[in-house]
Design a protein around this ligand. Structure first.
Ligand code: F6P
Length: 326
């Protein structure tokens, strides 16, 4: 089937660089004489027919913007067969015959179920700060979030050092430790706790006590929000409840959604632009139910199912590095 009119949407947690990707999709599609419809608010907008025609000017001056001009949402209704039936009806009505979805694993999961049920070809672009998608070395937004985390860790280090304090800094990443591990290395953290490894509380206490007493200085522990011990606040409670920590001045800083905002880095802008263009070309070549990614600097297509069913592993060498360098 020839594709003549495509829909583009962003879905799930927004990520810096999504706009650069939308821009690349729209401008590439127009170059190939395709019509482009922007679907606002992800799958929620698809169900409600919240569609807007996109021309070249509609994506002017957005390459540098964080967030997403198409808005984003996590749709409960799209998880139901009725919601997906309504989305398919809306697409038929608008004569949209191909989709490009920019988002994380939830987006790709929804896309493959939708494809299996209704056969609407969809090519995904990996957009999430978590970097947890199999099929690409990096996801759109990860580099910006990582740099934001490091910038904040640097600031915390100034105040931690001034007061000889222990800081537990919590970073995002859901159940993946990519932001934690790499911001820990880049920010010179004394200890990094990630969901991919299990570190018992006793071990953590021992490590922190030896760091704080041997060097009598401040320390920064980077904690991934998905760490099995329950995040920075819970770990802090456990430390505060231990008499050996009575003399340690401890603070918690949760970086939270600051990591999701802001202007995308150069790396994210280039990645997003390459992936957006590649997604349009993949759709035109007849690919469906795949995600475009970049592995070892080469564009690759991965079946959507693999993206959310297979787990992308962290680099364990980097974990060792945090120990050696602390
Ligand atoms: O998936 C991106 C992400 O920012 C995760 O790192 C975080 O756990 C989650 O989204 C937060 O979601 P929400 O914005 O819905 O609170």
């Amino acid at each position: 089937m020839d594709i003549t009119r495509i829909g583009v949407f962003t879905s799930g947690g927004d990520a810096p660089g999504m706009n650069a990707c939308v821009r690349a999709v729209v401008r590439t599609a127009l170059t190939y004489d395709l019509e482009v419809i922007g679907i606002r608010r992800g799958y929620a907008g698809m169900i409600e027919g919240d569609f807007v025609e996109m021309d070249g000017m509609s994506v002017s001056n957005i390459v540098q913007l964080g967030g997403t001009i198409l808005k984003s949402a996590r749709s409960e209704r799209f998880r139901t067969p009725e919601g997906r039936a309504e989305a398919a009806r809306r697409l038929r009505e608008a004569e949209i015959d191909g989709l490009i979805g920019i988002g994380g694993d939830g987006t790709l999961r929804g896309a493959s179920i939708f494809y299996e049920e209704y056969g609407v070809p969809l090519v995904g672009c990996p957009g999430t700060i978590d970097n947890d998608l199999f099929g690409t070395d990096e996801t759109i937004g990860y580099d910006t979030a990582l740099n934001t985390a490091i910038e904040n860790i640097d600031r915390i280090r100034d105040t931690a050092d001034a007061h000889d304090r222990l800081f537990l800094v919590e970073v995002m990443g859901r159940d993946a430790g990519f932001i934690a591990l790499n911001s820990g290395i880049g920010g010179g953290a004394e200890l990094v706790l990630i969901p991919e490894t299990i570190t018992g509380m006793d071990e953590i206490k021992k490590r922190i006590l030896s760091l704080m007493s041997a060097q009598s200085r401040s320390s920064i522990v980077v904690v991934a929000e998905g760490d099995e011990l329950g995040g920075a606040a819970k770990i802090a409670d456990a430390l505060r409840g231990d008499p050996s920590f009575a003399r340690i001045d401890l603070r918690v800083c949760i970086l939270g959604h600051t990591q999701r905002g802001g202007s995308p880095t150069a790396r994210d802008r280039v990645l997003a632009s390459r992936l957006g263009t590649a997604a349009v070309e993949a759709l035109m070549e007849g690919h469906a139910n795949v995600m475009v990614g970049i592995i070892h600097n080469e564009l690759r297509l991965t079946p959507s199912r693999n993206v959310w069913q297979r787990r992308k592993t962290i680099n364990y060498e980097l974990l060792k590095l945090t120990e050696v360098l602390s």
